[in-house]
Design a protein around this ligand. Sequence first.
Ligand SMILES: [Zn+2]
Length: 465
Amino acid sequence: MAYVVLARKYRPRDFHEVRGQDHTVKALVNALDFDRLHHAYLFSGTRGVGKTTLARIFANCLNCEAKVSSTPCGDCIACEGFQSGNYPDMYEVDAASRTGVDDMRKLLENVHYSPNVGRFKVYLIDEVHMLSTASFNALLKTLEEPPNHVKFLFATTDPKKVPLTVLSRCLQFHLRNIEPAVINTQLETILAQEDIQFDKESLQLLARSAQGSMRDALSLTDQAVSHGGGSIAIDRVAEMLGTVRTDEVSEILNMLVKGDRRATLAFVNQLSKQAVSFSDLLENLQRTVHELALAQITGQADTEQLEPFIGKFSAEWLQVAYQILVVGMRDLKYAPDHKIGFEMTLVRLLDFEPVTSTSTESSTAKNEQTAKEGGTGPRNQAKTKRDSNDSTHISSDKNEDSPSIQANSNLVQSSTSPKSDESIQKKSPTEDNDSLDREVALQDPIVSSLIKNFGAQIVDIKRTP
Ligand SMILES: [Zn+2]
């Protein structure tokens, strides 16, 4: 028997098999079971999220010989016809290849005649937004007063291009991108059924690379199986996708924890030789920092690889790191080459030395105590000190709830944090000196970069004695 690709072999045949579209499925099931049927439906969403699949299942439900319900019998001639993709009252057109008005007229020419064998004539128009204006007008005539035995099902990746006159005559369902976790579980189930060996990390990578599309996930899996000679292994998958492994991200996290600059640069050189995509790596680091920030709140990580890092970074550092990575990603296109852009981003991450969050918690408690006592202790500011090596640290030995920095003994606070009334209203004889210090501080490249890139602002000046 000829090989059938996974995406086709495991295309859902009834609503129970559909993954990741619970809201739409529920609405369709209710419409069928409580006989509240509309004459036109529009399914929108990106490629491979199940638009035509849902439309076909819906059409099958409408025409099952047993009755109209959300659970077609699967045995009757109609159900068999739908499963083999051969049902005389199902008219499926791809608007991308048949955009002309003549095509549309031909399609609708027999619309008023009763169905050949079934209950309904179902017109499924895929990529409906590609139709010409004349075609839409031809369609609209029928759509305004459709015969009772006709149902229209439209699918589109771009609902904004569908005329409002058509949209307003349809029930619209927007299908979501499918969560990587849902894709992961589905891949696990399918590979177990296919008796194909795999490892968890590979599936995570495949599920993530599919970017919300089940079809893409299954196509990539097919590709990974042939690439790996019948089984799926992380090395081959990473190589196939030309992407980074979780290991590589963990390696970088380790170097950040240690603050090991030399090892980091050596590692980047090594990655460069392996032709790793640096933009993928930056994206992965962003995801990882996001996951870590959440894991520090919930106390558990989604992936095992991250567990050793929970609590290793302060909440403030994770915020700053995320910003640095976002800016690094944005600026990648301005860098002479991606390696340079990536290196600079890593060096910047290293310049903000991570600290554990335990000190943050204890200091927060300490400052709440100070506030209760009516003391004017340190405001909500984490400060960054410059050490003798001229590097900048973020430390949490003071109380904080947002990242802020102190460079060259000038305190800079992120604009997103509540402003200290005290520091704004502060008037003192040393004000002139303060503004002088401010200018000096602004000349510091790190301070000015923080202001430019992270919207930080100077709120208080502390002079070194
Ligand atoms: Zn049936």
